[in-house]
Write a protein that binds this ligand. Structure first.
Ligand SMILES: [Zn+2]
Length: 338
C-alpha cells in the first residue's frame, strides 16, 4: 500500500509518500480501506517528535474514514464493505477508568496514529459505523476536534447563558468548540488573528463577538468590557505560552480555564495566588470518552452540526497539507483524500 511515513523529526518535508507492506488484522481487529484522513495539530507534533522518536518509521494521522476491507479472527457484527469511522482513543478496555467510560484517564491511554495510509488496522473497539449522508471527508473531519471539545464542555459543566472565550476560533478545534458551545446555549467570544481574512464567517456558526488578537495585551480589557467587568465563565486555550496568563485574567472568579494545547509553546509562569485566590479551575483536555463519537456523528448526518472543511489534498501532498495548517489562516479542517 501507499502511506506517508516519517523517519526523523522535522519540517513538513520529512513526510515521505512511499510504498510499504499492507498490514494484516489480528484477532479482534479489522482492516479499513481508508478514503479520507483528517489532519490535526497533533499530527504536526508527531512529525516534530513531541510524542517520541522514530525507532521505526511512523505513519501519522488519528482521524480517518473508509470501508472495512478485511476481518481478523473472531470478529463478529462487522461486515466487509461497511463504511466506518475510526474512534481514535486507544486504551486497555478493562481498568476502572475504561469501564467507567473515562478512557483518557487509563494508564495505557494513547491516541491512534496511522490514518495517512491506504489501509489501517484497528481494534473492533475503535470502529464506529459511518452514518449515511456524510462524505468520507466529512466523516474524517469530526473525530479529534469534536471528541475533545464535547469532553471539555461536559467536564467544565458549562451551563446555558454562560460565556465562553475561544482562542484560535477559526481552526478545526475552535470551530468544533464554537458549534458545541452554541448547542449548549453559551455566548461565544471568538478570537482570531488579523492574518485570518474572513472573521465574519464565524458568525454563521454562532460567534456572538469576534475579537482580533495579534500578541498584544489588550484582549483582557476587551473581554472585561464585554462581560460587565466579570470575565468569562470558561476559556478554551489551545495556544499556551502566548495566551495562558491572559486566559487566567479574562476568566471570572470561580471560572474554568481549559488547557487543550500549546501551539505557541508549553512553558508558562504565573503567580499561583491568581488561581487559588480567585478559586479558578485549570482543566486539562486530551481527547475524551470513546462514547462521544458514536453519539455525535449522527448529529452531522441530521444537519445539527456542520463539518467545516477548508481544503482537501491528495494523500501524497500531506506535506502541503501540513504547511497549510501551520499557516494559521485556515477555516475549519484540512483533509487528505486517499
Ligand atoms: Zn484502561
Amino acid at each position: 500500500m501507499h502511506a506517508i511515513r516519517i523517519y526523523e523529526p522535522g519540517l513538513a518535508e520529512v513526510l515521505k509518500y512511499e510504498e510499504m507492506p499492507t498490514p494484516e488484522p489480528g484477532p479482534g481487529e479489522v482492516r479499513i480501506r481508508l478514503r479520507a484522513a483528517g489532519v490535526n495539530h497533533r499530527d504536526i507534533w508527531v512529525r516534530q517528535g513531541a510524542f517520541g522518536g522514530f525507532a521505526t518509521p511512523k505513519v501519522p494521522g488519528s482521524d480517518g474514514a473508509g470501508e472495512i476491507d478485511a476481518l481478523g479472527p473472531n470478529v463478529k457484527g462487522l461486515n466487509i464493505g461497511q463504511r466506518v469511522v475510526i474512534n481514535p482513543g486507544v486504551s486497555c478496555g478493562h481498568c476502572r477508568f475504561c469501564l467507567a467510560g473515562e478512557q483518557p484517564s487509563c494508564q495505557g491511554f494513547q491516541i491512534f496514529d496511522g490514518t495517512y495510509a491506504q489501509f489501517a488496522v484497528v481494534s473492533v473497539n475503535n470502529v464506529v459505523a459511518m452514518p449515511s449522508g456524510l462524505t468520507f471527508a466529512e466523516a474524517a473531519s469530526v473525530g479529534v476536534p469534536f471528541i475533545t471539545a464535547e469532553d471539555f464542555f461536559m467536564r467544565s459543566q458549562a451551563l446555558p447563558g454562560q460565556t465562553v472565550l475561544l482562542w484560535a476560533a477559526n481552526g478545526g478545534l475552535g470551530l468544533a468548540a464554537l458549534q458545541l458551545a452554541k448547542r449548549r446555549g453559551l455566548r461565544a467570544l471568538a478570537v482570531v488573528r488579523s492574518s485570518f481574512k474572513q472573521p465574519e464567517r464565524l458568525r454563521q456558526y454562532g460567534a456572538d463577538e469576534i475579537l482580533v488578537w495579534d500578541g498584544g495585551e489588550d484582549l483582557v480589557a476587551e473581554v472585561m468590557t464585554l462581560t460587565q467587568q466579570h470575565g468569562v465563565d470558561i476559556t478554551i486555550d489551545s495556544l499556551g505560552q502566548s495566551t495562558f496568563e491572559q486566559s487566567l485574567a479574562a476568566t471570572r472568579r470561580g471560572g474554568t480555564i481549559v488547557s487543550v494545547g500549546s501551539t505557541t509553546g508549553g512553558l508558562v509562569s504565573f503567580e499561583l495566588g491568581r488561581v487559588f485566590r480567585r478559586r479558578q479551575t485549570i482543566l486539562g483536555a486530551f481527547l475524551g470518552s470513546s462514547a462521544i463519537l458514536p453519539r455525535i456523528l449522527p448529529l452531522f448526518a441530521r444537519g445539527e452540526l456542520t463539518p467545516i472543511i477548508d481544503h482537501s489534498y491528495p494523500l501524497e501532498q500531506a506535506d502541503q497539507a501540513h504547511e497549510h495548517l501551520e499557516s494559521s489562516g485556515v477555516f475549519g479542517k484540512i483533509i487528505l483524500e486517499i
